[in-house]
Design a binder for this molecule. Structure first.
Ligand SMILES: [Zn+2]
Length: 108
């Protein structure tokens, strides 16, 4: 379950940025192509934040959809997986969003 280590680093980032103050809410951005399960992160968040300034903070997760640009014709479209095919037939795609996993907002 790699979400545990991911959540540990999220809590660590929040602690660093909170400057010792109690954190009220945390907003995360998780790309749908990042292979991180939001539910698992929610579950781990309580465990990882216990005893830190992040304990009790409200957790919001924004899931960003996957998008790719076709290298052949330049079309941009939504994708659900890393491997896809453009309408023009090309399989040469560049992922432009959906891989991110970051702390978007922190309220103290
Ligand atoms: Zn194309």
């Amino acid at each position: 379950m790699h979400e545990l280590s991911i959540t540990q680093s999220i809590v660590a980032i929040c602690e660093e940025n909170a400057g010792g103050l109690a954190v009220k809410s945390v907003t995360l951005e998780i790309g749908k192509l990042s292979a991180v399960m939001p539910d698992a992160v929610r579950f781990c968040f309580d465990v990882c934040s216990a005893g830190t300034v992040v304990e009790g903070a409200r957790l919001s997760i924004i899931e960003t959809p996957g998008r790719a640009v076709c290298e052949a014709c330049g079309a941009e479209f939504a994708i659900a997986a890393f491997f896809g095919k453009c309408e023009c037939g090309s399989r040469s795609l560049r992922i432009v969003s959906g891989e991110e996993m970051k702390v978007r907002e922190l309220e103290v």
